[in-house]
Design a binder for this molecule. Structure first.
Ligand SMILES: Nc1nc2c(ncn2[C@@H]2O[C@H](COP(=O)(O)OP(=O)(O)O)[C@@H](O)[C@H]2O)c(=O)[nH]1
Ligand SMILES: [Mg+2]
Length: 325
């Protein structure tokens, strides 16, 4: 009899979860129908984003936080997004967690994802993995990613609560954060609080929060939690802050707003990706794409008209007419 992967995933089978994620990564045709059937079973998990520069202690924090959450009797799914550059030691990110005791804990599922080669974009791929873990019954899902680019901002969009990790002694942490990252922080985690420079960084973050108070997208005021992940210090406070933020979202109805925003963006991304995928596949048939490139190169045709011609083949003339009016 054919295996029912959806049933297995809903029952919490790690093997079935791993198989579906692999199919997604390989763009295997079998993934789509399974994702469709899983969707109604999502929405139960709390999704936490942990972002920040390289080396601030995100993986160590994720490890300690996971330990704390397990003590509360909740299950955890971890998605570690590895930077795509092979030179940045990406594989180490997930390894730090894998090495710890969670590896043998059936209540914890850890998945590392490469950012390179995700055709539909990392945010979509991450959203799908989160959905699978959510459907498989994980209570809390932690997404760990390096907060450096637009891709990461999109990824953090998936989270209910965004923790931005900063650490003293890594230069001017606040100045060097990419614009946009600070704005999405619900909780600032001042890690490596065992180190010199903690008080100064704390003061800088407080100034920043005060500046932000009036321009934030909602009336939640970010808070700061000091941690020393290596010593397991402050993790309880961090978990409390996460719970507190979650309660705020629920009590004020913001959770619905956030989910609406998230669904809208993800729907648009999905349409964008699917249209692009279809058109690209069609163009790549019979060397059409090559021919187009050659024509542009030799000035046989210019790219603007070419794009119009290509779209003309796909979108009926009357709809284009009304769209361009
Ligand atoms: N002194 C100190 N070192 C820490 C702390 N947390 C993490 N580290 C160390 O900082 C380095 C980078 O940690 P890691 O979790 O891999 O950072 P990531 O790149 O943000 O995931 C490792 O050597 C950790 O042991 C902390 O609270 N205090
Ligand atoms: Mg890490």
């Amino acid at each position: 009899m054919e295996r029912d992967y959806v049933k297995e995933i809903l029952e919490g089978s790690d093997a079935a979860v791993a198989r579906l994620i692999t199919w997604l990564e390989d763009e295997d045709q079998r993934a789509g129908p399974l994702m469709e059937r899983l969707h109604p079973h999502t929405g139960g998990a709390r999704i936490i984003g942990i972002t920040g520069a390289h080396g601030v202690g995100k993986s160590t924090l994720t490890d300690r936080l996971t330990h704390k959450i397990r003590q509360k009797g909740l299950t955890v799914g971890i998605v570690a997004i590895d930077p795509s550059s092979p030179f940045s030691g990406g594989a180490l990110l997930g390894d730090r967690i894998r090495m710890s005791q969670h590896n043998v804990d059936p209540g914890v599922y850890i998945r590392s994802m490469a950012t390179r080669g995700c055709l539909g974009g990392t945010a979509n791929a991450t959203a799908d993995v989160v959905k699978i873990l959510d459907a498989s019954g994980k209570d809390v899902i932690i997404i760990e990613t390096v907060g450096v680019g637009q891709d990461e901002l999109d990824i953090m969009d998936i989270a209910d609560t965004v923790c931005l990790v900063l650490a003293p002694g890594l230069g001017d942490a606040i100045q060097t954060m990419k614009a946009g990252i600070l704005e999405i922080a619900d909780i600032y985690v001042l890690n490596k609080a065992d180190r010199q420079g903690t008080d100064q960084l704390h003061a800088e973050i407080c100034v920043r929060i005060e500046q932000d108070r009036n321009i934030r997208r909602n009336d939640w005021t970010a808070c700061v939690v000091k941690t020393a992940a290596v010593d397991d210090t402050g993790i309880d406070d961090l978990w409390k802050a996460i719970i507190h933020h979650g309660d705020f979202l629920e009590n004020t109805g913001r959770i619905v707003e956030r989910r609406r925003d998230r669904i809208q963006r993800s729907l648009l991304r999905m349409i964008h990706n699917e249209l692009f995928r279809l058109i690209r596949r069609k163009l790549e048939e019979n060397g059409q794409l090559d021919a187009c490139v050659t024509d542009i190169l030799h000035h046989v045709q210019e790219p603007y008209g070419m794009v119009r011609d290509i779209l003309n083949r796909w979108i009926p003339a009357d709809s284009r007419q009304s769209l361009n009016e």
